[in-house]
Design a protein around this ligand. Structure first.
Ligand code: SAM
Ligand code: SF4
Length: 330
């Protein structure tokens, strides 16, 4: 699949549920109304649509959410997708998780061909962790990380930089990741979805500032490592681990974009920062054959836009993109 700007689409991210056992302050409101079950793609439909993308050239598949590991019977989907890894049509099957269920599933994920996981950890302070996630427990996530290591999964930690919340700890997180053998990606908070009382401008911390502060303690060596995504990487000389920065608000990373995103209801977004989307649930439910869905995917890719329009609207303090990150997947 090649889009109108010559980019080959090889990476699909799929949100398998909008539900989550956490309510991170930058991601969700305290009281969330989740989608009725019938709106969601079934696990079988998710398998069909992922398999269609793989036939059309997707090489890397990431399941996300919401929290992918809280979807009931999610391992059925991982087990089904494993065949593509075994047959060599898919290079990588992976997930982004808050880690709360990892202790239970790490080994099974490994058996399904998963080799790497992204785990979100914004702080190493247990009280602050519960404050940010509103209902998470740090020790449970740390147990999950230990299980992932034990199972031989490579771990990348995702940390959202939050002004006045964890900015004083980022330094420590670099050291902790170095000691644990984890790569780290620091994410700038993005203006997505109404999150209730929290104010985006209060949360916003530019990564240029984070980076210059980290440089006081760490030697950050430029790296040409790229994933085709928004992260720009350096290597921390003292730990030997990679450190990535995702700065969607202040940088433009669209030229090398190789990805599209599917929501749990089967809506395909060709760009995280644009509203244009394609409905894949209708063609999936229309017929048992996958011809209609493949046609819909091809047609959607032919409309992938050149770039995004993120802004935090400073006058109105409204999110520029109204949907939540948990809908499109992070
Ligand atoms: N529940 C899983 C998790 O937390 O890793 C997967 C879904 S979550 C939406 C994916 C990633 O998006 C997480 O690393 C989370 O921190 C990040 N995220 C959520 N809302 C965000 C926002 N408004 N700005 C920046 N990152 C955000
Ligand atoms: Fe849940 Fe992940 Fe959103 Fe936190 S960031 S509320 S863990 S989906």
């Amino acid at each position: 699949m090649i889009d109108p700007f010559g980019r080959t689409i090889t990476y699909l991210r799929v949100s398998v549920t909008d539900r989550c056992d956490f309510r991170c302050v930058y991601c969700m409101a305290e009281e969330m109304t989740f989608l009725p079950k019938k709106e969601l793609l079934t696990l079988e439909e998710l398998d069909r649509v992922c398999s269609a993308f793989i036939r059309l050239g997707v090489k890397k598949l990431r399941l996300t959410g919401g929290e992918p590991l809280v979807r009931r019977d999610i391992m059925t989907l991982f087990r089904a997708l494993e065949r593509h890894i075994r047959e060599g049509s898919l290079d990588e099957l992976t997930l982004t998780t808050n880690g709360s269920q990892l202790a239970r599933y790490a080994e099974e994920l490994r058996e399904c061909g998963v080799r790497r996981v992204n785990v979100s950890v914004d702080t190493l302070d247990p009280a602050k962790f519960t404050e940010i996630t509103r209902r998470g427990r740090l020790d449970q996530v740390l147990e999950g990380l230990a299980a992932a290591k034990e199972a031989g999964l490579a771990v990348k930690i995702n940390t959202v930089a939050l002004r006045g919340v964890n900015e004083d700890e980022l330094d420590e997180l670099v050291a902790w990741c170095g000691a644990g053998g984890f790569d780290l990606v620091i994410i700038e908070v993005m203006p997505m979805g109404d999150i209730g009382g929290e104010n985006r401008l209060d949360q916003y911390l530019p990564l240029s500032l984070v980076r210059s502060r980290l440089q006081r303690r760490w030697t950050l060596e430029e790296s040409d490592y790229r994933t085709g995504g928004p992260a720009r990487y350096v290597t921390v000389r003292e730990t030997g681990r990679r450190l990535g920065f995702i700065t969607p608000l202040t940088h433009n990373f669209c030229e090398s974009c190789n990805r599209v995103r599917l929501t749990c209801t089967g809506t395909l977004y060709m760009c995280l920062g644009q509203e244009d989307a394609a409905d894949l649930r209708t063609p999936l439910r229309q017929s048992e054959s996958d011809e209609a869905v493949e046609t819909a995917i091809r047609e959607a890719i032919s409309r992938k836009p050149k770039g995004h329009d993120f802004i935090i609207d400073r006058r109105h303090n409204r999110p520029a993109i109204a949907r939540h990150m948990s809908v499109t997947g992070g």
